[in-house]
Ligand binder design. Sequence first.
Ligand code: MUC
Ligand code: MG
Length: 374
Amino acid sequence: MAKIDKISTCILDLPTIRGHVLSMATMVQQSIVLVEIKFSDGSVGLGEGTTIGGLSYGAESPESIQSAIDTYMTPLLLGRDGDNINAAMCQIDRAVCGNSIARCAVETALWDGLGKRQNMSVAQLFGGVVHRAMPVAWTLASGNSSTDIEEAQEMIEIGRHNIFKLKIGKGSVRQDIAHVAAITHAVGDRASIRVDVNQAWSLTDARWGIAGLEDIGVDLVEQPVVGTAVAALRSLTNNHKIAIMADEALQGPQTALACVDAADVFAIKIAQSGGLQRAREVISIAQAGGVGLYAGTMLEAGVGTAAALQLFATVPDLAWGGELFGPLLFTDEILQTPIEYRDFCVHLPDGHGIGATLDQDKVAFYQRGRSAKV
Ligand code: MUC
Ligand code: MG
């Protein structure tokens, strides 16, 4: 048995390559929480807990993720059997409500450690790989239509992305529609254009906003209304031809069940679901209900992105692709071997566990509160 000997966390503040303008926040850096679990046989597991824009996206912040792990989860896990992930997570669930992102970070580190000890990838532990390359979207969110058009054109030319998600909801509905129309016309039929409103519209805004997006030829609208308004989401899905995707409405399996007849597509996020196992349950609910699948992101860096790739590599029917591009949004890479993006796809990393090894110099450099730069 590999006992859990030590759990440590740190926050890294990673600068973004440009301002990332979302309806609720403009990001110029991303703060990620890294978790490292050391086991009694010398093996080590890595996990990442990441949210977006401090407390502006959801109820967890980088600081709360770190404190939930350090103060509440770690004491429950020390000395326990690291090979029994179900028992470890049950122990956490008895004492800790919510805190899905912190839960995901710890669970990921347990899967990574188990995979390394078994000489298997986490995808193998989840039943085996069905595809190693997955279509990957890029988010256009510079806040400026012409910059977004240039960015889209470059991405298509270099063969990196031909699916674009536009972040809207910050301006008026009329301004947003004009912005989306300019980009959609510029890329023509060379790319799929989707939008993410991040809950910013009222039901009235959404009714005519979505009609405008349909006229432009947008392929999908993500979370137009507040996540808790499942009935409003359902009525938009039933009354519009365009695909409607749930994101913030999905906070794990129970909410997925409530959304199964309210959206055409689910954006499945391992963090928001509460970990890999719960994300797998959300996927099964979508599959059972005939809902399309999309691999979502919380703009995680390499560790969280690698973990999500391990799960989605086991899911055959990713009809809408995914957006596991987080590492590309940062000015620097924190993995020794970066995740590969080419041919409009992201590629599953090789190796055991989640297939990610940290560059420790970079970790030291970007660590919050570091005493000196390395
Ligand atoms: C979200 O709401 O989907 C995903 C991509 C991106 O740019 O922001 C996120 C969050
Ligand atoms: Mg979203």
